[in-house]
Design a protein around this ligand. Structure first.
Ligand code: BGC
Length: 287
């Protein structure tokens, strides 16, 4: 077992960055988050990915804000995507059921690679971040479409420190495989993401881009954090294994040479369409 610094369930609330896009309306009381952490309830049940409950609560574009209280958090959830319709459906159903239990303001952006080039997860995250930043989201959660959080205390908002969220993944037997893993699902404040110049745009195909983001964070002096493994549990939907990018190790080794010149500030792509769908905002791009 690898030792890593983590936040216990009792300390989570105090570690969160309380920031929203909109000002809280005066007549509503603040949402209460205590129960989430007191109970750390297991939420994952298969029906939650099959259907969406009370879908009328969700606004077009895949946005939600609690009706009865003022949320203390706003988050943009950014998901890179190409041709996994069944997983997307399960993800959206489940996540809208899960996230509304957390009384947060959130919006889901699906960034779809609409060309046949090698999949570029990191570049799609950069593109999604650009749109989320335009809408003033203070916190970005970047996650794969095949991951589902199991515990309600795994609140989808940012901590002061960049957070690796999926540290207890079923496909890794709920263990962290290596200390610097920063893949799967991560939460990072918009300010920090801009400060490290986002992800590299150069990693095509599977692997390495998340390790490069970790190196960017370390280079700028940030220390990542994780929630305790009783909270940070995920299940991964099954899919065929992608073939690893043979250049990933070379790119990683030389990555530091490009931290300041390859990233958010050098992002080039073609926007095909941006469409508010019922359960998400679709950003379709050619990279
Ligand atoms: C890859 C990462 C990946 C990790 C876990 C590493 O070897 O470089 O991109 O997230 O393995 O699968």
């Amino acid at each position: 077992m690898i030792y890593y610094e983590n936040i216990s369930v009792d300390d989570i609330y105090g570690s969160l960055v309380k920031k929203t896009v909109k000002n809280a309306t005066a007549e509503k009381v603040n949402c209460d988050y205590r129960e989430l952490f007191e109970k750390n309830q297991y939420f994952y049940k298969p029906p939650f990915s099959k259907e969406i409950l009370n879908s009328a609560e969700i606004s077009s574009g895949g946005e939600y804000s609690p009706e009865n209280c003022s949320p203390l958090f706003s988050v943009a959830i950014i998901v890179p995507y190409r041709k996994r319709a069944n997983q997307l459906k399960a993800f959206l159903n489940y996540m809208h059921n899960f996230l509304r239990k957390q009384s947060i303001h959130y919006k889901i952006f699906i960034v779809e690679q609409a060309d046949s080039k090698a999949f570029n997860r990191a570049k799609l995250f950069n593109i999604g971040a650009k749109y989320a930043l335009k809408e003033n989201f203070p916190c970005l959660i970047m996650q794969d479409v095949d991951l589902m959080p199991l515990k309600l205390a795994n609140i989808y908002v940012c901590t002061e420190r960049p957070r690796h969220m999926s540290s207890a993944l079923d496909s890794f037997r709920f263990n962290l495989p290596y200390f610097g893993l920063f893949g799967g699902a991560v939460a990072i404040t918009s300010d920090v993401f801009i400060h490290v110049n986002g992800f590299s745009n150069m990693f095509q195909g599977w692997g390495g881009e998340d390790d490069d983001l970790y190196a960017r964070l370390v280079h700028k002096g940030y220390k990542i954090i994780r929630f305790d493994s009783s909270v940070a549990q995920y299940t991964m939907l099954s899919h065929a294994k992608e073939s690893p990018n043979p250049d990933r190790i070379n790119y990683l080794r030389s990555g530091y040479l490009r931290f300041d010149t390859d990233g958010l500030n050098s992002l080039v792509y073609t926007e095909r369409a941006i469409k508010p769908m019922e359960l998400y905002t679709n950003i379709s791009v050619e990279i």
